[in-house]
Design a protein around this ligand. Structure first.
Ligand SMILES: *[C@@H]1O[C@H](CO)[C@@H](O)[C@H](O)[C@H]1NC(C)=O
Ligand SMILES: *[C@@H]1O[C@H](CO)[C@@H](O)[C@H](O)[C@H]1NC(C)=O
Ligand SMILES: *[C@@H]1O[C@H](CO)[C@@H](O)[C@H](O)[C@H]1NC(C)=O
Ligand SMILES: *[C@@H]1O[C@H](CO)[C@@H](O)[C@H](O)[C@H]1NC(C)=O
Ligand SMILES: *[C@@H]1O[C@H](CO)[C@@H](O)[C@H](O)[C@H]1NC(C)=O
Ligand SMILES: *[C@@H]1O[C@H](CO)[C@@H](O)[C@H](O)[C@H]1NC(C)=O
Ligand SMILES: *[C@@H]1O[C@H](CO)[C@@H](O)[C@H](O)[C@H]1NC(C)=O
Length: 386
């Protein structure tokens, strides 16, 4: 009650300033204050602010505030809004609240939104460290922290994000013009058994989307077992084009910046949809088990990939590759899947055109590529210092 009363006062103040002194496109920002108790769901006040001020307005979540979040924050009401998170969104660790939700922070059909921190201190805490230690007897149905679906012109900048139950960001459903910059993603205390956690703790998954920029992003995932790598840093999935990735650091992840068709979950699309093109990755510092290249799941037999360039990859992690799957190229080394031996992979006929691996340094091995199964491989290597 006190909370909503305060809010209406703030809105009234904002509105009177708006009608009195400022032109409509310069109205006062709406400030949301936290209710102050864990039992209060501050998402309700934030969603109300998005509704009231989301049409071209600015919503400020100030730095001294910790928001208790027990239901999804929904950007559907945002039309060119600017949400400035300087405080902390603390999601409830009662996972039953999230099990049947589609998002923690939802961008679905949003056209024009900024979600950012001007101070670089805005924190999104998924608060799922205890969830990582659950028994792995069923598949988790927890949603991604921030799925961006069928949306365009979304700008996410300056935030610190940590410990979502599963993945951080997924861009999907025909989204375009999605920009990520100056983000820090961490996972602490993830369970160490890779068969379970490889497909969890996903930093970014891009699928069925175009024109995505990822710039100056740090990803560091830790397990509760020394030196065990978990999760995926950046996975570029099918139906993707014009992806630009620069200044990225992937630390301790199982997979780094890779084309990953189907291996981060999701169904199997029609053969005609198994493609990606126009991808540029530069200044990438890699310390993953599998640092660069392509990975596919069974039934992704018709992948067509063209115009992909890695330029400037610094390999920190000297992890030896072990061939447990059909990783066509990883860290410059081919693990040619043994056609016919792994069951189903004999159908693989990926076609790679104009794929460039440039300026690799650090712990690299001489590239010795074979082309898996019935694939065609147009690979180029330049400037490797071994
Ligand atoms: C989620 O939905 C399923 C099926 O609709 C239901 O059985 C389950 O109890 C729900 N879980 C929670 C935590 O609400
Ligand atoms: C891709 O997104 C579009 C929406 O723009 C949708 O109609 C289509 O079914 C999606 N395709 C796949 C394979 O997900
Ligand atoms: C490369 O990226 C790192 C961050 O990963 C950054 O500190 C450095 O300035 C970048 N170098 C260039 C030349 O942009
Ligand atoms: C990467 O992780 C290691 C621990 O595995 C840590 O010592 C190092 O500082 C991290 N580096 C970066 C750049 O985050
Ligand atoms: C290849 O992809 C880059 C983006 O990485 C793009 O700028 C360039 O135009 C593409 N080349 C062709 C021939 O499409
Ligand atoms: C891949 O290339 C081969 C040889 O050029 C061709 O026969 C095959 O149809 C291509 N596959 C796809 C999925 O385009
Ligand atoms: C890669 O090396 C070429 C020369 O081989 C150089 O022109 C280019 O600037 C380098 N790119 C990076 C990102 O270091």
């Amino acid at each position: 009650m006190i909370c909503s009363h305060l809010l209406s006062l703030i809105y009234l103040a904002g509105l009177s300033i708006q009608s009195g002194l400022l032109p409509p496109n310069k109205r006062a920002p709406c400030t949301v204050l936290a209710g102050g108790y864990e039992a209060i769901d501050d998402a309700i006040a934030i969603n109300t602010a998005l509704k009231d001020c989301g049409n071209g307005g600015t919503i400020v979540l100030p730095s001294d505030q910790v928001y208790s979040i027990r239901s999804p924050i929904d950007f559907a009401q945002c039309h060119d809004c600017d949400v400035q998170l300087e405080g902390e969104l603390l999601f409830s660790n009662d996972q039953s609240l999230w099990a049947n939700q589609s998002a923690f922070i939802s961008f679905d059909g949003v056209d024009g939104a900024k979600f950012r921190s001007l101070t670089g201190k805005g924190l999104v805490d998924g608060n799922a460290k205890t969830y990582y230690q659950r028994p792995r007897d069923h598949v988790s149905s927890q949603p991604a922290l921030v799925p961006i679906v069928a949306s365009s012109d979304v700008y996410i900048d300056g935030l610190v994000l940590r410990n979502p139950p599963l993945q951080f960001f997924r861009v999907d459903g025909g989204s375009s013009m999605i920009h990520f910059s100056n983000l820090k993603l961490t996972v602490e205390n993830q369970w160490w058994q890779s068969i379970w956690t490889d497909g969890e703790s996903i930093g970014f998954q891009f699928r069925n989307s175009t024109h995505i920029t990822l710039e100056s992003v740090d990803v560091d995932f830790r397990s509760n077992y020394a030196d065990y790598h978990v999760g995926a840093c950046v996975g570029i999935d099918y139906i993707t084009s014009d992806i630009y990735i620069n200044n990225v650091n992937c630390n301790n992840t199982d997979t780094g910046v890779l084309l990953q068709f189907g291996s981060l979950g999701g169904g199997t699309p029609a053969a005609d949809d198994q493609w990606a093109k126009n991808i540029f990755i530069s200044n990438y510092t890699a310390n993953s088990k599998y640092n660069t290249g392509f990975m596919n799941m069974l039934e992704f037999d018709y992948s067509k990939i063209w115009n992909v360039t890695y330029d400037g990859v610094k390999i920190i992690g000297g992890n030896q590759l072990t061939n447990t799957n059909c990783y066509v190229v990883s860290n410059g080394i081919t693990d040619a899947c043994s056609c016919g031996h792994l069951g189903g992979l004999e159908h693989l006929q990926a076609n790679f055109t104009d794929i460039r691996f440039k300026n690799y340094s650090g712990e690299t091995s001489k590239p010795a590529l074979a082309c898996s199964c019935h694939s065609t491989c147009d690979f180029h290597f330049d400037g490797w210092s071994i």
